[in-house]
Design a protein around this ligand. Structure first.
Ligand SMILES: Nc1ncnc2c1ncn2[C@@H]1O[C@H](COP(=O)(O)OP(=O)(O)OP(=O)(O)O)[C@@H](O)[C@H]1O
Ligand SMILES: [Mg+2]
Length: 543
């Protein structure tokens, strides 16, 4: 007998978003023990950096990770930021999809209002414990425990009391299960190291589970340029974006909604649009249908627009990138390139920076420290991306470069680090875990151009190093035979062996030693030349 619809739908239930993520925590980055621990630190640290940047404070961030049981660790992150007001802290740290950032069109590390609440959720499902929060905003200072009511996606705040604190900012302490600390490319330490690289204005101190202290000092006291909030450009929109904006809008007409919400839309443009769509633009934006949104997006593409505002992006900057790389990687040579802003999907501005470090501390070490290979250091809005490398636009672009053209015979076997940072008000991540940038054509192309630009800078340096090494080893090889050769010649000719040796040495010296000294000088000169080239390049781009 067939089962009736009534019977089947007896079980029909609604789910909260917290319940959804409890079941699908891998989507938030909680898959694998090492990755889960890095994810927790990442969420708290990015929040601290965002908060400090917004408040105009040079960040000072403390991270403590302790082993408290089998596959159980505690994580403490403290910052010197603005703190969170008492009446909001529960919502901020224990309501999924709540935050100050997702409704803005501004370059920040956080976007969705999921990060910190995801950590609270993870603490609860793996240890049953709340997180402990201490915060001082200057006006109030308090501590409390916060957990999450998963069924209703609501915060549970307890033990709230006013206390005196000896710091200003926010401190979060949580205990987490199914996590593991590891000193690998995917671990917490590497994460902080890379964060320090891309945020030279921030200072970090770390206590690892073995009781060791580490510090990354700031390379500059200058705050990065504050990113400007911009309005989305009509060409960067998809129907779903349009519907979302429209349904949130307070405007009474679609026409005024479009003018207020998006950039570069004038009355004249609205008049043009009127001719291109089949519906009345004076209708209420709340009633905008999918079909009408689609029509609008099509019409946007037919109109000539002014280009999007490009000053919304805040990259690291050539100077600071170079400084930080010197401090943290300490290579023999660095070549840095910052490209001009470009747009993807027709209307979303982004900037790519690339830096290549060669020799010294550059490259990836094998287990025995002897083997060195090329490594790729990926960032999106100055946040390190440590996972899902294979699907990322940065990896894809770098692997598709013909490195031999730049004197790098085999990328996997050279002491080379390639760093790329993509900055944008909207980074198209390939997943909710935000660990890889989607392979959008415009972005891949731009990354390739930036890296190739930087590669030209190291190419001459490398070929000079090569010719110097070759000359040096030839010199040494020949010198090894001089003594034997002089004795043999002396026996044959009857001349004095010492004299023969002297003049042979002089001959070899004049030829080879000069050769590698020259090469050495050249590589030194190259550094300066590079500086000049950079300045010249800037002039060129301004003209
Ligand atoms: N260290 C902090 N100092 C001040 N405010 C904070 C701090 N951490 C979090 N917040 C506030 O809590 C909100 C929620 O943080 P959460 O990490 O959940 O989301 P988000 O950072 O907005 O976005 P994302 O999900 O991409 O991380 C933030 O938007 C911010 O307003
Ligand atoms: Mg966040």
């Amino acid at each position: 007998m067939a089962i009736s619809a009534d019977e089947i739908f007896k079980e029909f239930k609604e789910n909260s978003i917290a319940e959804f993520f409890r079941k699908n925590r891998q989507m938030l980055g909680y898959a694998g023990k090492v990755r889960s621990l890095t994810t927790i630190v990442h969420e708290y640290v990015t929040n601290s950096l965002d908060a400090c940047e917004e408040a105009g404070i040079l960040p000072e961030i403390r991270v403590e990770v302790k082993e408290i049981g089998e596959e159980k660790y505690s994580v403490l992150v403290r910052d010197n930021g603005p703190g969170i007001p008492k009446n909001i802290v529960g919502k901020a740290l224990a309501t999924i999809l709540a935050g100050t950032k997702f409704h803005r069109y501004i370059q920040q590390r956080g976007q969705q209002g999921i990060g910190a609440s995801g950590c609270t959720l993870y603490a609860y499902v793996t240890t049953g414990k709340p997180i402990h929060v201490r915060s001082s905003t200057g006006r109030e200072s308090y501590e409390c425990d916060i957990s999450i009511d998963i069924k209703n996606n609501k915060p549970l705040v307890s033990n709230l009391k006013d206390v005196d604190l000896n710091f200003r900012g926010l401190e979060v302490y949580g205990e987490f299960g199914e996590v593991k600390y590891e000193n690998s490319d995917h671990g917490v330490f590497e994460y902080i190291k890379r964060t320090a690289l891309a945020n030279p204005h921030a200072a970090f101190s770390i206590l690892d589970p073995y009781g060791k202290e580490f510090a990354f000092l700031r390379s500059t006291n200058v705050m990065p340029k504050k990113p400007k909030a911009i309005k989305p450009h009509p060409l960067g929109l998809e129907p779903s974006d349009l519907i979302e904006f429209a349904h949130r809008s307070d405007s009474r007409k679609v026409s005024s909604f479009i003018m207020e919400t998006f950039s570069r839309v004038s009355q004249a443009k609205v008049d043009e649009l009127k001719q291109l769509v089949s519906f009345d633009l004076s209708k209420n934006p709340k009633d905008l249908t999918w079909q009408e949104a689609e029509e609008l997006v099509k019409a946007f593409k037919k109109i000539k627009w002014m280009a999007p505002e490009l000053d919304s992006v805040s990259p690291i900057g050539e100077k600071y990138l170079e400084l930080a790389m010197k401090n943290i990687i300490n290579p023999e040579f660095i070549s840095v390139v910052e490209r001009k802003p470009k747009v993807f999907r027709g209307g979303i501005p982004f900037v790519v920076e690339a830096a290549i470090a060669y020799g010294g501390g550059a490259g990836k070490r094998g287990e025995n420290q002897e083997e060195v290979g090329g490594n790729i250091i990926r960032f999106a809005n100055k946040v390190p991306l440590l996972f899902d490398s294979a699907t990322c636009a940065i990896t894809y672009a770098i692997k598709n470069i013909d490195w031999k053209r730049y004197s790098i015979k085999d990328f996997e076997q050279e002491p080379v680090s390639v760093l790329v940072n993509v900055s944008s008000v909207f980074i198209p991540y390939s997943g909710v875990g935000k660990q890889a940038i989607a392979q959008e054509d415009d972005i891949v192309d731009e990354i390739k151009l930036a890296v190739m630009d930087a590669a030209r800078g190291i190419q001459r340096y490398i070929s000079n190093v090569r010719s110097r090494n070759m000359a040096e080893s030839k010199y040494k090889t020949i010198m090894r035979y001089v003594n034997q050769l002089s004795n043999d010649l002396s026996e044959l000719t009857g001349s004095n062996a010492k004299e023969i040796e002297e003049s042979l040495k002089k001959l070899i010296d004049s030829k080879y030693k000069k050769l590698f000294e020259e090469a050495q000088e050249n590589s030194y000169v190259l550094n300066e030349e590079n500086e000049e080239k950079k300045e010249g390049g800037e002039e060129e781009s301004m003209g």
